[in-house]
Design a protein. Structure first.
Length: 156
């Protein structure tokens, strides 16, 4: 019988904590620290495993929303217009068939837009860019904080 994903992650955690960690010399504090950090990440992945696809889809939806808002609110010169076109292309392609890749494509296009607006955006375009990104990313940051709150990373 093939172990399920939860059992496999639990097995890796046991191997790290019960076999590898005890073999590390006391002076290997960095290795011990990194092992504990790795175990912590594995425990988080184990706890969130079933919810990850929905969380990543929500990230894509938020990327689409910021892309649309930037297209509607930012104007500028030719570099800015080209970057806005790239955002439009990335947003149009975001059908959920490759959630991580599509989210990254939108974020890459937004990064290009930020550089373009810095190069040829007017004061209004720069102001709109800043306001849209801060508003959208504040909401995303709150979702991320809630996602990790059960693990003591944030006190909300």
């Amino acid at each position: 019988m093939t172990p399920n994903t939860d059992e496999r992650i639990a097995s890796v955690i046991r191997a790290l904590t019960e076999v590898i960690l005890p073999q590390l010399p006391p002076e290997a504090s960095l290795a011990q620290e990194q092992l504990h950090l790795s175990v912590g990440h594995l425990q988080i992945l184990r706890a969130q495993f079933d919810a990850i696809p929905g969380y990543e889809r929500e990230e894509l939806d938020d990327a689409v929303a910021i892309g649309i808002a930037l297209q509607a609110g930012v104007f500028g010169g030719s570099a800015t217009q080209q970057a806005l076109t790239a955002i439009g292309t990335a947003v149009a392609a975001a059908d959920g068939s490759n959630v991580r890749g599509q989210r990254q494509a939108i974020h890459d296009a937004i990064d290009t837009l930020v550089r373009a607006v810095s190069a040829d955006g007017d004061a209004q375009g720069k102001s709109a860019l800043r306001a849209i990104i801060l508003k959208q990313e504040h909401a995303r940051a709150q979702k991320d904080r809630k996602w990790f709150a059960p693990f003591g990373f944030d006190t909300l």
